[in-house]
Design a protein around this ligand. Structure first.
Ligand SMILES: [Zn+2]
Length: 499
């Protein structure tokens, strides 16, 4: 049996389903390219039947990826499978991932079909999927709560119908590592020739532990996500799983193709796109994952890092924030630094980023790696633009703002008063845009330390039932908020126009 574990990343499918983590197609494509650089073997790009947007995202990702396989999810239904097959037409290495529930509780209450009928539908689905692609994966949803003899029968039938990979998800995050490992060991013994895959949810905080138990028992594919995002409590975290295999190589004897030095940049990339950051104590990629606070620990670290460090920050791509660029930095310096951070941009975009680096250096003196990544994320062409704003505020006057915006070539301005400068600015923006919007969420984050740091603002708005996200970065928090808000508004208008 091979020592190599296939990493199947579902950040863009299961992960994208988590609240606050939805992404537009261009963001998904950039994330997919980052995952490919990271060394992920298979990227699950979406669920094409779910919406036209999902279909389009899978199609766009399929067209871009060269080395990683691209998977599309579908129920074991003809219309779903056809949509997946069609969305994957341009893929160099397409995979259809079809699923049907196997547990008694799902068959009886959700699908209302007999166990025999479920096997029949699963087999039909796999056969149809094979008419589109060679590489078919079948998932028995809620496998971990399924009667073993029945699960085995269903998987055997799907394997014979042409599914090379058989996935046994712990859909509800219920399994214990010992039970899950035992189930996987039996399947590996009972289904020779098949690749047993696992997909673990984190409802009891055991997703990574269950995935490790599974590979020790012979599973050779692990489904996971960056930062562990996903339905409810999320999925197994890719970075934790990959580092467990690397740090404990001697104990486990297993490898992945993950370039671990790109884990931190990839995690940052996802957080920047979604505005959702992992908790500070999150293993591997949390802000404090390598911070040694206690005096006794610091003393030990200075004497020898091995006292308290089981892996180096560099091994996960966490370099000390460095002063790297200033206003005299040219395109080549920016390009070289971006390459080191694992970001490859077309030449035209590098010019644009360089211009913004210079602008920031003018205002903030220093441009750190995090600033640079924030600039890259926000350098896409704006859908609407803040032309100028002015705010008058203080503790003894009524905060007043005037905002001028350009939407689809029309410039409009308005003034408003508010509870504070930000409220006044947003009210004025609403009046200038002329739409009634609901602000659902707003996060502000200082990208780097220091009073002159770049503020990154993420805003989520709702307009006529359409939710959208806007982001912007600026050393001026009000400016960043207005820019983020205006781009969210423009995205909501677009979503409404497309619907
Ligand atoms: Zn899942």
């Amino acid at each position: 049996m091979t020592n190599q574990i296939t990493i199947f990343d579902t950040t863009l499918r299961d992960g994208e389903q988590s609240p606050g983590c939805s992404m537009h197609t261009p963001e998904k494509v950039r994330m997919a390219l980052q995952l490919e650089r990271l060394g992920v073997d298979i990227i699950e790009a979406g669920f094409p039947i779910a919406s036209p947007g999902d279909f389009q995202a899978v199609e766009a990702i399929a067209a871009e990826l060269k080395t990683a396989k691209v998977a599309a999810l579908c129920r074991a239904k003809a219309v779903d499978i056809e949509a997946a097959g069609n969305a994957l037409k341009g893929a160099a290495h397409p995979v259809i991932h079809t699923f049907l529930a196997s547990s008694g509780i799902h068959l009886q209450w959700k699908l209302k079909i007999s166990p025999e009928e479920a096997i029949r539908q699963a087999v039909e689905g796999v056969k149809l999927a094979r008419t589109f692609v060679e590489d078919v994966e079948f998932s028995a949803e809620d496998a971990s709560r399924t009667d073993y003899a029945y699960l085995r029968e269903m998987l055997q039938a799907c394997f014979e119908a042409g599914a090379k990979t058989l996935n046994v998800p712990d859909t509800v995050g219920y399994s214990l590592p010992s039970e899950y490992g035992e189930m996987v060991a039996k399947l590996v013994a009972d289904l020779p020739g098949a690749v047993v895959s696992v997909h673990c949810h984190n409802d009891l905080g055991l997703a990574v532990a269950n995935s490790l138990a599974a590979v020790e028992a012979g599973a050779r594919q692990v489904e996971c996500t960056i930062n562990g995002i996903g339905e409810r409590a999320g999925n197994a975290s890719l970075e934790e799983f990959a580092m467990a295999l690397k740090v404990r190589r001697e104990a486990l004897g297993l490898d992945t193709g993950i370039n671990t030095e790109l884990l931190t940049p990839t995690s940052n990339h996802l957080s920047t796109v979604t505005g959702v950051w992992p908790q500070p104590n999150k293993a591997i990629v949390g802000r404090n994952a390598f911070a040694h606070e206690a005096g006794i620990h610091q003393h030990g670290m200075l004497a020898n890092p091995l006292c308290y460090e089981i892996m180096t920050p560099e091994s996960v791509g966490l370099s000390q924030s460095m002063l790297i660029l200033g206003k005299h930095s040219g395109k080549h310096a920016v390009e070289a630094r971006l390459k080191q951070l694992g970001v490859n941009l077309p030449s035209g975009e590098i010019m644009d980023v360089t211009k913004k680096v210079k602008e920031l250096a003018d205002r903030a003196k220093f441009v750190y790696d995090e600033d640079l990544l924030a600039i890259v994320e926000h350098s896409a062409e704006p859908r609407a633009r803040l032309v100028r704003y002015q705010v008058v505020a203080g503790n003894n006057i009524l905060p007043t703002a005037t905002v001028e915006v350009e939407v689809e070539g029309h410039t409009r301005s308005a003034s408003a008063v508010g509870n504070g400068p930000l409220d006044a600015a947003l009210q004025a923006a609403d009046a200038a845009i002329g739409l009634d919007l609901k602000l659902l969420e707003m996060h502000t984050r200082a990208v780097t330390a220091g009073k002159d740091a770049l503020a990154e603002v993420t805003v989520r708005v709702e307009h006529d039932g359409h939710e959208s996200l806007g982001q912007a970065a600026s050393p001026d928090t009000i400016e960043a908020t207005l820019k983020a808000y205006i781009s969210a508004v423009a995205a909501a208008r677009e979503a409404r126009a497309a619907a």
